[in-house]
Write a protein that binds this ligand. Structure first.
Ligand SMILES: [Zn+2]
Length: 172
């Protein structure tokens, strides 16, 4: 028992020394269910892909049948909004009001996912900021977080990536 645990700790130490930690292997993966916003599926997938290619401590993908989602995405007639519960968990409403006014759907989805990842609104702000939301202007189509937004998400999930590593260690 003691030997097995020691081996696991050494394996983690080796991973740390080789710089293995911080790669996709240490990322926390969030699952989302967007069946309630099926008409925006393409844009939601594009928004998730933007986040996946811009941060490494957290990744996301659509939940498969039988998998419990970390966050759900639905469509409703109101203004887009998110209700984060704990970090990485919550609910997103793809408000049709903003979409009907011409706001970019992928940017809306990426912005609301930003809230689930622990980012606050930064309003008013420029189009180059994802969390400036609607204040970036109705013509703004940028779904990509800026450097500050990316690094804040990386910091938010740095601890959870380590927590996942500890879980793996326990199972060894
Ligand atoms: Zn917002």
């Amino acid at each position: 028992m003691f030997l097995r645990k020691t081996t696991a700790v050494l394996a983690v130490a080796a991973a740390l020394s080789t710089g293995f930690v911080g790669t996709a292997h240490a990322a926390r993966t969030l699952l989302y269910n967007s069946t309630g916003a099926a008409q925006y599926d393409k844009e939601i997938e594009a928004a998730a892909a933007v986040w996946n290619s811009n941060v490494k401590n957290v990744q996301m993908r659509k939940a498969r049948a039988g998998e419990r989602a970390n966050f759900t995405i639905v469509a409703d007639p109101g203004w887009p909004r998110a209700q984060p519960t704990t970090l990485g968990n919550g609910k997103i409403w793809m408000g049709k009001q903003a979409i009907d006014q011409g706001y970019n759907i992928t940017r809306i989805a990426a912005h609301e996912i930003g809230h689930i990842l622990g980012l606050p609104d930064v309003k008013p702000g420029p189009c180059s900021s994802l969390m400036s939301g609607s204040t970036g202007g109705v013509s703004c189509t940028n779904p990509v977080p800026n450097a500050a937004e990316k690094s804040r998400v990386e910091r938010n999930f740095a601890g959870t990536a380590k927590a996942d590593l500890a879980t793996v260690e326990d199972a060894a």
